[in-house]
Design a protein around this ligand. Sequence first.
Ligand code: A3P
Length: 329
Amino acid sequence: MSNAPRTEEDAEYKKLCENHKHLIETLPKCNGWWTPHLHNYNGFWLSPDILKANLLLHTYFKSHPTDIFLASFMKSGTTWLKALVFSTLNRHCYTFSDHYLHKHNPHSAFSPLDAESYPITDFTNSSTPRVFSTHFTRTMLPACMSSCKFVYVCRDPKDVLISMWHFMNKIRSKDLPPLSLDEAFELFCLGVSDYGPFWEQVLSYWSASLEYPDKILFLKYEDMKKEPEVVVKKLAAFVGKPITVEEEEKGVVREIVKLCSFENLSNLEVNKEGFEKFGRLVNIEKRDFFRKGVIGDWKNYLTKEMKERIDGITAQKFKGSGLIFTATG
Ligand code: A3P
C-alpha cells in the first residue's frame, strides 16, 4: 500500500475510480445473488463494489514476501480456516482459557482483501506475517502476490451452493425478492455466482498448488472435518511454526481444534450478537457465519436430478486435473 493516496479526494484516485466505473458499465451483467447484478470480468462474476476493490488492489496493494493469503470460494470454510490459522500462528500469545477468539469473531483476525477500504487502509502496522483473506480467483490477483504463501480451502460444490443460498438470502438487498433455490441452482450451474464459476476458481488454486506445492497448501473442508488434528499440524508446518513433540504431548493441537470447532465458536456470545464489517462494503450479522457446519446438508435440499447435474459438471470440469471430491452421497 506504499503508493496509496491517503484520502478519497486525491485527484489521481478519483480519476482511477471514474475509469473503473466506466469499465464496469461496459461489462456483461447478469442477475446477482445479494446485489441486483454481477458483472463478468475476465471470465469471473463479481458484484460491482467487489470488482472495484479488485481493480484498486492491482494499483495499490504491495505484497511482502512473508504475506500469507487465506483463499477460498465463498461458503467453503473461510471462517473456520481463519480461526485455525490465527490460533495456530498465535498459539504462544494466548492461553486456551482466555483467548482472542473468545472475544472476537474469526473474521476480525485478518483483513479481507476483497472489501478493503482503498485507498485509506494502511497495512504497514500489521504484524508479521501479514495474513489476508480473499475469494478472488488466483488469476485475478496482482502478480506481486504469486511468490507469497496461500492456504486454499475448497468444499463439495453442492454444500457450497446450499450454504451460499441461505447466506445470500440473509444479506440480500431488501429491495430484491428472495432468491429461490431453483434460481440459485440454475445460476450456480451456469457459473454465475459471486466469484464464480466455482469450478474455475477452485482449479485456479488447484493447478497452482501442483506447480508450487511449497507455496500453496490446498485443503478440503471434508478432510478438515474428518481429521482436524492432521490439518492443524499441516497448517503449523506450512506457516513456518511446526508443532513440536512437546506441544503435541501437552495437547496443543487438540486445544486448537476444540477452540475452533463449529460447536465452540457458534456458541460463543461474541458470535451470536452484532455485526462484522467488511471494509466499507457490507455489514454481516456474525451469527450468519455459522449455520450447520456439516458435510452433506445438500441432501436436505437438492433433488436427485439437481445432484446429478452438479456432479456431472464437477466431473467434466475437473476431468484430468487430479482433483477429486470425496463422495458425500
Ligand atoms: P453451512 O452453511 O453449510 O453450515 P465461510 O466461512 O467460507 O463463509 O463458510 C461458511 C460455512 O462454514 C457454513 O456452512 C458454516 O456453518 C461453516 N462453518 C463456520 N464455522 C465453522 C467451523 N468452525 N467448523 C466447521 N464449519 C464451519
